[in-house]
Write a protein that binds this ligand. Structure first.
Ligand code: NAD
Length: 415
């Protein structure tokens, strides 16, 4: 196996689960590959008058439990294998959270940082023009992901609504509030992750008020995790980083002041009264809780032996390779696996769909309470399963999710 191909990693994680569950080889074979993929060419008129053809994808991995759901990434390094892996993880994530949804993911190879708002709008509309028959509120519901945002979602919802001739807020989630978005979506991923950290701390006998935390990545997931860890638990954030490097303060950082510094200077580095550290050093710090919240494959067999945290909360997708996971398990690190830890985003996206369909919008407190209930219940089903099968938390999350998907496939007569 190529250690770092995300789809091969997703398949190898499933293979390990198939062994634990003694899955029928035919069922296992069905689950190893996506059910459907659409590859499209998107001609977009650029501001200089030329037409650029962008390549786009949508992968619907498995819809046994309901319409598929998953974000759309705009990224220069997007590959079909990344989209396939993320679509597989969405399938397991929705099943683990017991949402009535399957998993999907989309992507466009483009460099959004080099494009104007007009070009991004035309690209977003072109994506829907090619995809509209493939998606829909009862089929497949996209959402934002890396380098797409609520504005992108508003353009896409508008384009879909125009094509089908009626307002279809439920076709897409992560929309701005005034066009059918949900309260509580902005920090949902971090908040959901921290609800699982709270449960993990009880399990490990850790006092969160005295806990130290290091966070890699200071975007939506990382920044909100820093703010909420401080406000909900009173924990101390001793290190954060972004793509340019990291900062460390034994006394603890003020997350909001770091955000303001990053907004002004484009990075967390050089924040006053902190020591510079590299991203590599951050992952190996002696802290109670480590939160990778940036990229895939940052904890590998090389650096896993040096991880000193007691709890690893995987807010990023796929931050730990399978070999690293084994090492961490042997070291006794309590890992909250990615598709459990970062499921708060899709859970509140699902709440957004429910609100769109019922035309009844909830206040923030209700969103938080419902999210807490879902995350806490998913954490405990993973913990109980890890004890019952004597497997690590990552494998246990797969066992819970795959059993649910296979159960739905059986009931539908697919297998
Ligand atoms: P974002 O784009 O808002 O932030 C990403 C952060 O990572 C930025 O601070 C960036 O500087 C940093 N980064 C980039 N390259 C880095 C590197 N080489 N080393 C260290 N830091 C680096 O993205 P986000 O929405 O916060 O997503 C982060 C992770 O969380 C991704 O893996 C994403 O798939 C996952 N996730 C996010 C959500 C969500 O709702 N935002 C939901 C589920 C999973």
């Amino acid at each position: 196996m190529v250690e770092l191909n995300p789809f091969e990693i997703a398949q190898s994680q499933l293979d390990a689960c198939a062994k634990i569950l003694k899955l029928d080889p035919n069922v296992h074979a069905m689950l190893r590959v996506p059910m459907r993929e659409l590859h499209v060419s998107l001609p977009v008129r650029m501001d200089d008058g030329t037409t650029h053809i962008f390549q786009g994808f949508r992968v619907q991995y498995n819809d046994a439990r309901g319409p598929t759901k998953g974000g759309i990434r705009f990224h220069p390094d997007e590959t079909i294998d990344t989209v396939r892996a993320l679509a597989a993880w969405m399938t397991w994530k929705c099943a683990l959270l017991d949402l009535p949804l399957g998993g999907a993911k989309g992507g466009v190879i483009c460099n959004p940082k080099g494009m104007s708002q007009g070009e991004l709008e035309r690209l977003s509309r072109a994506y829907i023009n090619e995809m509209w028959q493939f998606i829909g509120p009862g089929k497949d519901i996209p959402a934002p992901d890396v380098y797409t945002n609520p504005q992108t979602m508003a353009w896409m919802m508008d384009e879909y609504s125009k094509i089908v001739g009626k307002n279809q807020f439920g076709v897409i989630t992560g929309k701005p509030l005034s066009v059918g978005g949900s309260l509580g979506r902005g920090d949902a991923t971090a908040r959901g992750g921290l609800y699982t950290v709270r449960e993990a701390a009880k399990e490990c006998g850790m006092d969160l008020k005295k806990a130290t935390i290091a966070i890699q990545g200071y975007g939506n997931a990382g920044y909100n995790a820093a703010c909420l860890a401080k406000s909900l638990f009173g924990s101390k954030i001793v290190a954060v980083s972004d793509s340019k490097g990291g900062i460390f303060s034994r006394e603890g950082l003020d997350p909001e002041a770091v955000r303001e510094h990053k907004a002004k200077t484009d990075s967390v580095i050089n924040f006053p009264n902190t020591k510079p550290i590299s991203n590599k050093e951050l992952l190996e710090l002696k802290v109670d809780i480590l939160i990778p919240a940036a990229l895939e494959n940052v904890i590998t067999k090389k650096n896993a032996p040096n991880v000193k945290a007691k709890i690893l909360a995987e807010l990023a997708n796929g931050p730990t390779t399978p070999k690293a996971d084994d090492i961490l398990c042997k070291k006794g690190v309590h890992v909250i696996p990615d598709f459990l830890c970062n499921a708060g985003g899709v859970t509140v996206s699902y709440f957004e769909m429910v609100q769109n369909f019922s035309m009844d919008y909830w206040d923030e407190k209700e969103v938080h309470e419902r999210l807490d209930k879902k995350m806490t219940s998913a954490y405990h089903s993973v913990l109980d399963t890890s004890r019952k099968y004597n497997v690590n938390m990552g494998q246990a999350a797969y066992v819970v999710a795959v059993r649910r998907v296979v159960g739905a496939m059986k009931l539908r007569g697919w297998i």
